[in-house]
Design a protein around this ligand. Structure first.
Ligand code: FMN
Length: 192
């Protein structure tokens, strides 16, 4: 475990446990479409930060919001949870998706959100990438982290997204930071 992560994990646990967000992930996957039907905002969020960023993007540009959920659970103990996640990443574990998109072909652009876990995207996001054919689509990553920044998240996402046009200028934000999202979307050319 490197120092950056230790710092990030400490800040992350303090913030999430203080704000009680650890249970904030429980919400239904699909919400009704608003705005452009061609944009999908898909995300995995364990403790709520990436969900907050996804919702902020959705508020700005509309589209369909989709929460990636999978089989499997994590221990309540934070250290045990992070160790299980580490092993899953090392083993290339791909949990089975329990939420589904009816027709992925209708989307031109997919905003894809993941927390940074051990320097990379989560197994749940990897399962999503392996389950849907995103070839030819523009994929805009949005990453939340606990102090380590982007690390290998966007490069790993790019490698796992076969045939996609992955934007390099994705969102990389500390925990649930949403300040700056509006300007970022404007720069990308997605503001309504
Ligand atoms: C298993 C695990 C591993 C993590 N690894 C890192 C890391 O390597 N670098 C980092 O900056 N933050 C790391 N974090 C902190 C999260 O990336 C950060 O808090 C993120 O915003 C959590 O998103 P979520 O609330 O949507 O789950 C890790 C958190 C967990 C639970």
């Amino acid at each position: 475990m490197n120092k950056t992560f230790l710092f990030g994990a400490a800040v992350f646990s303090a913030l999430t446990f203080c704000s009680g967000k650890i249970s904030a992930q429980i919400q239904d996957g699909n919400t009704p479409a608003t705005g452009s039907p061609k944009i999908l905002i898909a995300y995995y969020s364990y403790s709520g930060n990436t969900k907050e960023v996804a919702e902020a993007i959705h508020e700005e540009i509309g589209g369909d919001l989709f929460e990636i959920k999978t089989e499997g659970t994590y221990p309540e103990n934070y250290r045990e949870m992070t160790q299980q996640a580490k092993k899953e990443i090392q083993d290339g574990y791909r949990p089975k998706l329990t939420t589904a998109i009816a027709d992925i072909s209708q989307y031109d652009t997919i905003f894809l959100g993941s927390p940074n876990w051990w320097g990379t995207i989560t197994p749940q996001v990897s399962s999503f990438l392996e389950s849907y054919n995103l070839s030819g689509k523009t994929v805009v990553p949005f990453i939340t982290h606990g102090g380590g920044g982007e690390q290998n998240t966007i490069s790993d996402l790019t490698a796992q997204c076969k045939g996609c046009n992955v934007r390099k200028d994705g969102w990389v934000g500390y925990n649930d930071r949403t300040f700056g999202i509006s300007g970022w979307l404007e720069d990308l050319g997605y503001k309504k």
